[in-house]
Design a protein around this ligand. Structure first.
Ligand code: SF4
Ligand code: SF4
Length: 710
């Protein structure tokens, strides 16, 4: 539609027309008051975060800003595994931002540029095009809001249900109806603002129907124009339109101002806190846990102020989307843990204690209690530190360091399962969780027909960090022997540390025993320093993670790879060859510490393809893989009698694959957990659990036997 300049030049936004001076003054007064309340709220929130422990962030500000903007503008973190929510939130976000930009531009011109500098741009074609954009933005906003209401009201997604797995019905804190009320209030307020905006526009058009400049260009606001035609058809006169516009103007304006004032005190603040949380995100939050700050007398969080400012900000960033709640393997098997509820409990506690003038004495965390805002120790011990929550959170809440920090306090107080206490003592005494003599660490290699080099005594190309399970567990020892054979056949010059190796400490650290972790990490770094090698390989994803991501903080920076990468490379270089394609129908379990933690998704799959296996993925795979249940030290804590274990839950998922022959793992603990789960779920004889190393050996054996005899 082309606009005749002479006619449209006069078109402009009608603001306070027909308002008395007193009315305009009153509106400004309320507006200033709303802004004052907003800034006071911002002050209270910022003061709350500043009451947390100090933290210095790595990385440049501009890079962080760029990453945050890219995440926010693309909505990729919200899209992940929930395209419906991502699409609807995108409509709301862009609709709201455009409407906000429109209102801000009007204010800029009306209150600043025109009175001070005589600059006017909110008229003519600019005004008309902007009117069209804002009309479309309003439709987007309303469509997004209606979809969100549909999800909450009709789809009733379980992740949006606030029933807590760590409380029982009847407990006043069980399903927190105040959260539901807040969610609905937020949606309704935005919807009312959106809808009344259109009705207001329509009423204004009816009121000014005799002004050709306005009426003839009304279709630049198509929704408002259509509604205006409707109102006229219903008999609304110009005078009544004016009255309606006047009343609605106040209604719409007051709700919008109330929303601004309430931003810092309600869910609406996630507009800012989520963006800030994304900006301060640590991409290695779960992979590289922080050391205890020297300024902190005791390890662990005893008070809410022991959390750092970023963690307090994280608490406020949570939008209660429930994705972490849904992804958590502990919650899935009925344990009293929901990562969402841990965050929300701490948020309530931080609000109750840190938003007042003085920090009250009650800022102490009662980790044994179940009171409002407190996190019970059964909840903390249920965590597998599998990182599923951190990975899926769209606003970069970092649950794992928070949970481990609280566990550190439990460990310090001795508030843990007796078996865990005993295992930690055993590790302290012997350097391994099996309680075996250090001297026996390399005993598994005695069954081999060739000697395995001691990397402390002679230089090697590749140092194999074996790990506890692969060294001492009889079933895994057999796999270690196969891997050693494969390395030899591939011509890899390798060695091990024998009794110089200690438990890598990954799970000790995630239990919260930071002191013991420091002892283990330091001992291993010293042992590695005494050896001569070019790179490290390990069959244990847990050791892989801590050596790769955490040992650098202890002075040990190494080139390290998981065995799947090394074997893949050996095939690529022709040092291993498939002589006997396997043709098994298999599924692959991504270990948390290889997949989610270190993005090692491809090498195992490429190996399986090389071996000739037909891979059928489980629904929960790659980043969404389901934890075996052993992580975070849970392998040393008995599961409640009668309760389903995560490994059993997982095996049931695999059992649904028609014709499955092999459940493939690439982690020693997984082998133990899943072989047990196959038996306890009645799947014995239907399919077998195998280490990928065993399949590689099986597929290469014809050539390698010949090669060995040659
Ligand atoms: S780390 Fe895993 S087990 Fe722990 S709260 Fe997160 S999702 Fe649940
Ligand atoms: S912590 Fe993150 S994933 Fe969990 S409910 Fe809150 S926003 Fe959603």
């Amino acid at each position: 539609m082309s606009i005749p300049v002479s006619r449209t030049d006069a078109v402009t936004r009608i603001l306070f027309e027909a308002f008395g001076k007193a009315e305009v003054r009153l509106f400004y007064l309320i507006g200033y008051a709303a802004i004052a309340v907003f800034f006071y709220g911002v002050y209270v929130q910022v003061r709350k975060y500043r009451r947390g422990a100090a933290l210095k962030l790595d990385g440049g500000l501009w890079k962080r800003l760029g990453d945050m903007l890219s995440a926010v503008l693309s909505h990729r973190t919200i899209d992940r595994r929930d395209r419906g929510a991502g699409g609807a939130h995108r409509l709301i976000f862009y609709g709201f931002m455009l409407l906000f930009a429109g209102t801000a531009t009007i204010t800029l011109e009306y209150d600043i540029l025109e009175p001070l500098f005589g600059i006017r741009f909110w008229y003519g074609e600019f005004y008309l095009v902007f009117s069209l954009v804002l009309d479309v933005a309003g439709v987007a906003l309303i469509a997004g809001l209606l979809y969100m209401m549909y999800r909450r009201g009709w789809m009733r997604l379980p992740k949006l249900d606030y029933a807590r797995p760590d409380r029982v019905p009847g407990d006043p804190d069980f399903n927190r109806p105040q959260y539901r009320r807040e969610d609905w209030a937020f949606l309704w307020i935005l919807l009312i603002i959106g809808v009344t905006g259109y009705v207001l526009e329509a009423a204004r058009l009816v009121w000014l129907q005799d002004r050709a400049d306005i009426w003839d260009t009304r279709w630049w606001s198509p929704v408002g124009a259509a509604m205006a035609d409707g109102l006229r058809a219903l008999g609304l006169s110009a005078h009544a339109g004016g009255e309606l516009r006047h009343g609605l103007w106040w209604f719409h304006g007051l709700i919008a101002l109330a929303l601004i004032a309430l931003i810092p005190f309600t869910k609406v603040k996630h507009i800012f806190t989520a963006a800030a949380s994304l900006m301060v995100r640590d991409p290695l939050a779960a992979q590289r846990l922080p050391r205890v700050p020297e300024s902190q007398a005791e390890a662990g969080a005893a008070k809410i102020t022991d959390f750092n400012w970023k963690q307090l900000l994280n608490l406020d960033a949570c939008t209660k989307c429930g994705r972490c709640h849904e992804a958590c393997p502990a919650r899935a098997v009925g344990a009293p843990l929901s990562p969402r509820d841990v965050i929300l409990s701490l948020r309530e506690f931080a609000k109750a204690t840190l938003e007042s003038g003085e920090v009250p004495e009650a800022a102490e965390l009662d980790i044994h209690g179940k009171g409002p805002g407190q996190v019970a120790m059964e909840t903390l011990w249920s965590c597998r530190t599998c990182m599923a929550c951190v990975e899926i959170c769209p606003v970069a809440v970092e649950h794992v360091p928070i949970i481990v920090q609280m566990r550190r306090k439990l460990v310090e107080d001795g508030a843990m399962d007796p078996l865990l206490t005993k295992t930690l003592q055993t590790i302290h005494k012997t350097g391994n969780s099996f309680g075996e003599s250090k001297r026996k660490r390399g005993s598994w290699s005695k069954a081999l027909p060739f000697p395995v080099k001691d990397a402390r005594k002679e230089p090697v190309d590749v140092l194999w960090f074996v790990g506890d399970y692969a060294s001492f567990d009889p079933r895994n020892q057999k796999v270690s022997q196969l891997f050693a054979t494969l390395l030899r056949e591939a011509g890899v010059d390798f060695g091990i540390l024998y009794d110089g190796e200690s438990n890598a400490g990954n799970d000790v650290r995630r239990v919260g025993e930071e002191g013991l972790y420091e002892v283990l990490a330091t001992a291993n770094v010293n042992a590695l320093s005494s050896a001569s090698f070019k790179s490290i390989v390990t069959t244990d994803p847990h050791s892989f993670n801590t050596i790769r991501n955490e040992y650098p903080d202890f002075g040990g920076k190494y080139e390290i790879q998981h065995y799947t990468t090394l074997l893949k490379q050996s095939f690529a270089e022709g040092r291993l060859r498939v002589a006997n394609p396997l043709k098994y129908r298999v599924t692959f379990h991504d270990p948390c510490h290889l997949g989610r933690f270190n993005k090692g998704y491809e090498a195992p799959r490429e190996l399986l393809a090389l071996l000739g296996c037909e891979l059928v993925e489980m629904g929960r795979c790659r980043a969404n893989s389901f934890c075996c249940g052993a992580g975070g030290g849970r392998i040393w804590i008995p599961d409640p009698v009668g309760a389903e274990k995560p490994a059993q839950n997982r095996i049931k998922e695999a059992a649904a694959i028609p014709g499955l022959e092999v459940y493939v793992v690439s982690c020693p603990k997984d082998l133990t957990m899943f072989e047990d789960a196959v038996k306890t779920t009645g799947n014995e004889g239907k399919f077998v659990v195998k280490e990928l190393i065993e399949l590689v050996r099986e597929a290469t054996v014809a050539r390698t036997v010949a090669a060995v005899s040659a």
